[in-house]
Design a binder for this molecule. Structure first.
Ligand code: 5AD
Ligand code: SF4
Length: 446
């Protein structure tokens, strides 16, 4: 049987969907390739969130399809957000592509591979207003950590964001499906689950599927997000629960109580802020002010002092002035982020902000990006320095990439710790370590 490999761009949602598609290929009798170069079937899973992400996937597909000149039986396919956005146009750009499969139909990858092996091309797209299936198959390779998609799509419609167009309407999976999946993961040795959803704290808002399972309650929620977290935490074998991404509107007293009282819920929250200027936030249609965001972080930190808060920031949004940018700098200092991902604004076709002038020059976006990264480096170093001497619980992941004699693992707050492994350690073990040294992104322990 031909061998396959995936090349995945973008977010954890894509990593998860590549895994579900890989499981379907395994079930169909295909084997994973040792590497991409030797693979007979290569599938690129794409991201559309920035122009650059699409350029990378297109470049990769061009190179892969060029290898078909020497290897005419090689199958090259595309899936994910860019496939969804471009539809049939992808075949105009790359005529030798074997298949293109949009979002919400990772289950179409295996049939498309079969069709390609028989010599026919496939274009598969779903109606993104219809009730979708969530990716459910997992590949078990002795891993202790897994992603579980609980919320598909997004209804928020931030002015800059392509996600609602390529991933469709927001839809919560029935809780019983989620819990069944987590139970199966636990039975296969998984100890850590990361629940995924673009705007995950909206989990449990009414959907047709919920109405069928359980008639609507007057409050409008059947199963609020904190209840689902509790139900996942009740599953034996699961030791750590993470989720991403958050929104300040979901930082409720209920969620904060869970952070304090549910030992399995990791002390980390990824809470994208995007800007520190209320004017910019309002034009981004984020649904909160600078003050409201900071207040959410403050309430969290007061209740859970060791929680790590990480964020995403966009620099150079249309109309972002030097004063707006300075507000982002001061807000980041005030929030004391443990880590931050900084992105240069990229206009996306069909979004609201793409109709506005992209008036911050590329050089200025690059400068603002560098300034924020520099600030974050100093802040990350200070925050991590303060951890020296503290004892933390680390979930061991395996030998470190740089130095095989040392292992790496993560704290509950999602910080990477490099340590000398005790005897008989196994990946997935939780070890207690005292931090000896700190760098901006990494901690070290004996
Ligand atoms: N340009 C730049 N960055 C963007 N993001 C989303 N859309 C855009 C865009 N058009 C960033 C946001 C989001 C992260 C996943 O990508 O910061 O949180
Ligand atoms: Fe995009 Fe906003 Fe949805 Fe996040 S919440 S995916 S930024 S539209």
């Amino acid at each position: 049987m031909p061998t396959f490999a995936f090349h995945t761009y973008g977010c954890q949602m894509n990593v998860r969907e590549s895994e579900a598609a890989a499981k379907a290929l395994l079930d169909a009798g295909h084997t994973p390739a040792a590497d991409e170069e030797s693979a007979d079937i290569v599938i690129v899973n794409s991201c559309s969130v920035r122009g650059k992400a699409e350029d990378k996937a297109l470049g990769k597909l061009g190179l892969l399809c060029a290898t078909k000149r020497e290897r005419p039986n090689r199958v090259i396919g595309l899936m994910g957000c860019m496939a969804q956005r471009l539809g049939n146009d992808i075949f105009k750009k790359i005529p030798t592509l074997d298949f293109s499969i949009g979002t919400r139909c990772a289950d179409r990858v295996a049939p498309a591979v079969e069709a390609a092996l028989q010599g026919s091309a496939t274009l598969a797209m779903k109606d993104l207003h219809e009730q979708p299936d969530a990716p459910s198959g997992h590949v078990y390779q002795g891993g202790f950590s897994a992603f579980v998609t609980i919320l598909l799509g997004c209804n928020r419609r931030c002015a800059y964001c392509i996600v609602p167009d390529v991933r469709g309407d927001e839809w919560s999976r029935p809780a019983r499906d989620v819990l069944k999946e987590v139970r199966e993961l636990a039975a296969n040795g998984v100890k850590e689950v990361t629940l995924l959803g673009q705007s995950i704290m909206n989990y449990g808002l009414r959907t047709p599927a919920f109405d069928e399972l359980d008639p609507p309650s007057p409050g409008g929620y059947t199963l609020p997000f904190p209840r689902l977290l509790e139900a996942v935490a009740a599953i034996d074998g699961i030791e750590r629960i993470r989720f991403t991404s958050g929104h300040p509107s979901g930082v409720t007293d209920e969620l904060i109580r869970l952070y304090r009282e549910e030992p399995k819920l990791c002390h980390h929250l990824h809470l994208p802020v995007q800007s520190g200027s209320t004017g910019v936030l309002s034009r981004m249609r984020r649904g909160y002010t600078r003050e409201r965001y900071l207040e959410a972080v403050k309430r969290l930190r007061e209740a859970v002092p060791d929680i790590a808060v990480t964020t995403d920031v966009i620099v150079g949004f249309p109309g972002e002035t030097e004063a707006d940018f300075e507000e982002t700098r001061t807000m980041m200092a005030e929030a004391g982020f443990d880590n931050a991902f900084i992105f240069k604004y990229s206009p996306r076709p069909g979004t609201v902000s793409a109709t506005w002038e992209d008036d911050v020059s590329d050089a200025e976006k690059a400068r603002r990006n560098q300034v924020l990264l520099g600030d974050q480096d100093v802040r990350g170093a200070q925050i991590n320095q303060a951890l020296i001497g503290q004892t933390v619980e680390v979930l061991a992941e395996g030998p470190s990439l740089r130095n095989k004699a040392r292992w790496s693992g993560r704290t509950s707050s999602n910080k990477i710790v490099i340590f000398t492994p005790p005897e008989r350690i196994q990946p997935g073990d939780i070890v207690s370590l005292t931090i000896a040294k700190a760098a901006p992104q990494t901690l070290y322990a004996e």
